[in-house]
Design a protein around this ligand. Structure first.
Ligand code: SF4
Length: 258
């Protein structure tokens, strides 16, 4: 990691801090140029719950890829209603009918990296324009690609990534969910430990790691949000040609805050 001395010092200080303290520090330091992303699955709940207590005004970015399970959308709506989040929906610049016209309705099968780039990475990069800090709930113990994440990381664009749960384990997450009587994503009981888009997610078998059901049977293990944005974005070569020329709206502006 290319940590500046200050970043290294801050990381050393924050490594042992609880998520409440990290979020409080981050919002105080970077407000209003800060947001959090969430995929609204059960493992997202501790961070969402903490934010609802210490920084309910924080924008929560939700990537609407158009491929979510209906259960995820219903769970998101339930939480937004109950916890009063400042939800901001982020979408691809390309309208869905144009996307299907150009790529067919199974790009996730033919070229999942391009599909993720169009529907996840580019919209999130666009949503982060003007931000100085971005909070997400990734943890070191989730997969082999996340074992070295730091609490604070600088993206190539200069945005500071903040991972308040970097040091937490899966057990810590479930303990928090249990202790605070938090609700469960409706698909958790069917073995969906990590939930993304429906075509690219299956339930997890006994003994598999929690992300084993994501892009199962493929080399792909990450959508790109948490890898490309750490190391520099490799834009898929045919994306420029596939993207309409007009400047997109960064965030659709759908606010669900009650
Ligand atoms: S997870 Fe699958 S459906 Fe969702 S954007 Fe990526 S490739 Fe497309």
């Amino acid at each position: 990691m290319n940590a500046t001395p200050d970043l290294a010092r801050l990381n050393a200080e924050l490594e042992s801090k609880p998520p409440h303290d990290i979020i409080t520090w981050a919002v105080k330091t970077f407000w209003p140029d800060i947001a959090m992303s969430s995929s609204f699955q059960t493992q997202s709940l501790p961070l969402l719950h903490i934010v609802s207590q210490v920084a309910p005004q924080l924008p929560i970015l939700f990537l609407d890829t158009g491929y979510h399970f209906p259960e995820t959308l219903a769970f998101r709506d339930q939480l937004v209603l109950e916890w009063k989040f400042n939800l901001q929906t982020v979408r691809a610049v390309m309208p869905r009918d144009e996307f299907v016209r150009q790529h067919g309705d199974d790009l996730y099968r033919k070229d999942p990296d391009l599909c993720c780039y169009i529907n996840k990475v580019e919209p999130m990069e666009r949503a982060m324009k003007g931000l100085r800090a971005w909070i997400s709930g990734i943890r070191r113990d989730q997969s082999a690609t996340r074992t070295d994440i730091q609490v604070l990381e600088r993206t190539p664009d200069g945005v500071l990534r903040i991972h308040p749960l970097a040091t937490w384990t899966r057990k810590d997450v479930w303990q928090y969910v249990h202790d605070h009587h938090l609700p469960e994503h409706p698909l958790l009981s069917q073995g969906y430990l990590s939930i993304g888009c429906a075509p690219c997610t299956r339930h997890v078998q006994e003994g598999e790691d929690e992300r084993a059901g994501r892009w199962a049977g493929q080399e792909k293990t990450e959508c790109g949000l948490h890898t490309l944005l750490r190391t520099g974005t490799d834009t898929p070569t045919d994306y420029q040609a596939a993207t309409p020329a007009q400047e997109p709206t960064a965030i659709t502006g759908e606010s669900h805050r009650g």
